[in-house]
Design a protein around this ligand. Structure first.
Ligand code: PGA
Length: 252
């Protein structure tokens, strides 16, 4: 039995105003028992982070950002640093989500700087990796995962690898309703864990690797029932408090 605590994270993407975030949390937080097994993270847009962190203060739920810059400050118009996120009460940050890679030019070079910058600021990085549909069809899934993981974690010392969470998010499963089968998810996650183990066996045992891509209240129990899958990163189904609460409970 794995010692790793399950992690369920809600990636709201560019959804919910501050008022909507408050309304969600007002309804969601009482649904979450104090003794749940899973760690729960909410990732709202930047403007709702502080309010969300204040709402979650006396709960088991923590708040994460969806992106950050690797520098502490500087002439980087439109960017936000790890230190600024910490001050807003944020505990973690999504890095390298496929939408940031695809639409906003996020590179592995930048991620190699962002992951250690987050760790140095005591923000837990949740590094997203995953292959596109055509890459899977060409049998390149493992090559793509290796390339992303090795590049993005290159500057993280082995001793800090267990503080990172990796989210396996096959691009073809994100927002499509086409979930990876539990076998597909577990196979890719096993490969990622093997890559970390090759670098450092203890880190390979301790690092949490979660799945994301069309996770729903209907399929969560089956995915989270797998030994190798340490949790879920949930997009669309996290926007509704009842459905996200059901997913959290499925991990408990
Ligand atoms: P989805 O998004 O659950 O809507 O597929 C997941 C994600 O992008 O993190």
């Amino acid at each position: 039995m794995s010692e790793r605590q399950p992690l369920i994270a809600a990636n709201w993407k560019m959804h919910k105003t501050v008022a909507e975030a408050e309304a969600f949390l007002g309804d969601f937080l009482p649904r979450i028992d104090d003794d749940i097994a899973a760690e729960v993270l909410i990732c709202p847009p930047f403007l709702a982070l502080r309010v969300a962190a204040e709402h979650c203060l006396r709960s088991r739920v923590r708040v994460a950002a969806q992106n950050m810059h690797f520098e502490a400050d500087g002439a980087f118009t439109g960017e936000v640093s790890a230190q600024m996120l910490r001050e807003a009460g944020v505990d973690a940050v999504l890095l390298g989500h496929s939408e940031r890679r695809r639409y906003f030019g996020e590179t592995d070079e930048a991620l190699a700087l962002k992951v250690p910058a987050a760790l140095n600021a005591r923000l837990q990085p949740i590094l997203c990796v995953g292959e596109a549909g055509d890459e899977r069809d060409r049998g390149e899934t493992e090559t793509v995962l290796r390339r992303q993981l090795e590049a993005d974690l290159a500057e993280v010392p082995d001793s800090e690898l267990p503080e990172v969470v990796v989210a396996y998010e096959p691009i073809w499963a994100i927002g499509t309703g086409r979930t990876a089968t539990p076998d597909q998810a577990e196979e890719a996650i096993d490969h990622l864990r093997q890559l970390v183990t090759t670098r450092d066996p203890e880190a390979g045992e301790r690092i949490r690797i979660i799945y994301g891509g069309s996770v729903s209240a209907e399929n969560a129990a089956e995915l989270l029932g797998r030994e190798g899958i340490d949790g879920a990163l949930v997009g669309g189904a996290s926007l509704d408090q009842a459905s996200f609460a059901d997913i959290v409970m499925a991990a408990s």
